[in-house]
Design a protein around this ligand. Structure first.
Ligand SMILES: [Zn+2]
Length: 316
């Protein structure tokens, strides 16, 4: 079973472990990368360690990307918010229309949806495929200004040789922080709740071929397409705030993504017939309330230009 698990899930031999003791302040069981003993190479994931994971003696986190190839054997979509399971079921249904057989694994509040490849696939291409499928369904994707939404593992397009990217909880292990879940393990929905049946089920799933993946993502890219579809089609509630707080994204047309910012035409520059290339305004993706005009327009000028001037303080 450890060998089967290795074949299905292990992309590289670096790994993380979930702490046995909860953190005293948060009572959460965090994952950490095991340290090398002095003069020794860092611990590499062995069949013995995998056996102990399946036996529930320790709990592994596994990495998506092998830095030598920038590839992964799988994509996992993590959703952990209200209605997360509903979103994952929608995604599962949509992926099935492509002939993909995704496996749904339970987790605390939602689940992880796994897709396996016949041969390891480029992380970048896995991400393009899932991003586009999720956007088509209008599912929230965490990161693009949204505090909650699905997360796609691999979380990076590429990593360098000294990086690890993000690890995800290794399936079929005993989760230290979830005593109330059945048997302390999170199972896949598609098979009986024994390790043998679960692994056999995962092996039986049809694996996506490289040619299929190429076909799914033909003509698509990540950031540009993502931005283009996000702005006009994402439900407005993701950009507007319940308290009627000012959000610049409600007033500008995002043109593209640049690093950690959305790029748009500055409304104040536009009024003065400047910024014809439409890229003076940068809006933080992480914190969409933060924006700046590179030509030097002030916040007051920009608010004035979009018809939502900053209220003046009144003095008695
Ligand atoms: Zn400006």
């Amino acid at each position: 079973m450890a060998e089967t698990f290795h074949q299905l899930f292990v992309n590289r031999r670096a790994y993380t472990l979930q702490s046995h003791k909860p953190h005293p302040d948060t009572e959460r069981h965090y994952y950490y990368r095991p340290k090398a003993r002095e003069g020794q190479p860092p611990p590499a994931l062995s069949l013995d360690t995998l056996q102990r994971h399946l036996a529930g003696e320790l709990t592994l986190g596994i990495y998506a990307i092998n830095p030598c190839t920038q590839r992964s054997k799988w994509v996992a979509i993590d959703a952990d918010y209200k209605n997360a399971l509903e979103d994952l079921l929608k995604l599962q249904y949509e992926l099935r229309q492509d002939g993909v057989e995704p496996a749904l694994e339970k987790s605390n509040r939602g689940g992880h949806l796994w897709i396996f490849f016949e041969q390891p696939a480029l992380a970048r291409q896995c991400r393009i495929y899932i991003y586009h499928t999720a956007l088509r369904l209008g599912l929230p994707i965490k990161g693009a200004g949204l505090p909650e939404g699905i997360e796609i593992f691999p979380r990076q397009d590429e990593i360098s040789s000294h990086e690890f990217g993000n690890a995800i909880r290794g399936p079929l292990g005993v989760h230290r922080g979830a005593r109330d879940s059945r048997g302390w393990r999170f199972w896949f929905y598609g098979a009986d709740y024994t390790l043998e049946d679960q692994l056999a089920y995962l092996c039986r799933l049809r694996k996506v071929t490289e040619a299929e993946l190429q076909n799914f993502i033909a003509g698509k890219s990540l950031s540009e397409e993502f931005v283009r579809r996000t702005r006009p089609e994402a439900p407005k509630r993701y950009f507007s705030s319940p308290t009627n707080e000012f959000r610049i994204l409600e007033y500008v047309q995002v043109r593209r993504q640049s690093g950690r910012n959305w790029i748009a035409q500055c409304p104040s520059c536009a009024q003065a017939n400047r910024d014809t290339s439409g890229d003076n305004l940068a809006i933080s993706i992480e914190e969409p309330r933060k924006y700046i005009c590179w030509a030097g327009c002030t916040r007051e000028m920009i608010r004035e230009a979009v018809g939502r001037p900053i209220p003046q303080k009144r003095y008695a």
